[in-house]
Design a protein around this ligand. Structure first.
Ligand code: MD3
Ligand code: FE
Length: 220
């Protein structure tokens, strides 16, 4: 079902571009199916454990490079030890198209993501304010949202507190974070249960797929 009121694309901050309804329902279902496959292994989807000992409320599976708080590795040292699956070519191509649509054709052509993080939120899951700074490259992060609507909190590079902007992310939305927005604090304070179109492929919860350039080629 298409939105009654089209939501316009929006530059939330310098380099942070939101493109609503970027994925159609068929593309959303295809991605959900792919995520179900990746979650089965060889590295299982899991709630990462923080140095505090607390498990994150979000479940994550990675492609290309495995992320754990707070480093990347080729093998899932905190989740069975297997090597992560590669980022499939079709997903990297989707990332190029995302950056091309959010920014411009040249930026899209140059974009070569080598890692994907897939986050699954249940009704109660949230993500605290943080910066993604394990990458050694400043290329943009591509974020794709599927399933229930959430509040996404986009802050500033200096503090996890105000000023920040709260933005609603809905199923099918694309958000690209580059330039001065790449190292801003951000989080997901709330997911709204029951808000997704069931035709997106998820009957509950929220999936977020991020594509990244780690800049870690060759390292282990
Ligand atoms: C801005 N994920 O995986 S996506 C994460 O919805 C993460 O699951 C959230 O934060 C989610 O690290 C937010 C939007 C996002 C992702 C990465 C960013 C925004 C970002 C990296 C830098 C700046
Ligand atoms: Fe993040």
């Amino acid at each position: 079902m298409s939105a009654l009121l089209p939501r316009p694309r929006r530059t939330v901050a310098d380099g942070a571009v939101l493109v609503p309804d970027w994925l159609d329902l068929g593309e959303q279902r295809r991605l959900v199916e792919a995520c179900r496959g990746w979650a089965r292994g060889p590295v299982p989807m899991r709630a990462a454990r923080l140095p505090t000992g607390h498990a994150m409320s979000v479940q994550t599976v990675c492609l290309g490079w495995h992320w754990q708080p707070y480093r990347y590795s080729r093998t899932a040292d905190d989740a069975g030890g297997e090597r992560v699956l590669p980022v499939p070519e079709w997903l990297a191509q989707l990332g190029k198209r995302a950056v091309a649509d959010a920014y411009d054709a040249a930026s899209g052509a140059a974009y070569e993501p080598d890692a994907a993080l897939i986050n699954l939120y249940d009704d109660a899951a949230r993500m605290g304010m943080h910066r993604d700074q394990e990458e050694r490259a400043d290329a943009p992060v591509v974020s794709l949202s599927i399933g229930d609507t959430c509040t996404f909190r986009f802050g500033n590079p200096d503090t996890r507190n105000k000023p920040y902007a709260d933005v609603e992310l809905q199923s099918g939305d694309l958000f690209v974070f580059g330039g001065p927005s790449r190292f801003a604090y951000h989080g997901v304070p709330k997911v709204f249960p029951g808000t997704a179109d069931p035709d997106c492929g998820l009957t509950s919860g929220r999936l977020n797929i991020t594509l990244r350039v780690t800049g870690l080629e060759g390292e282990r």
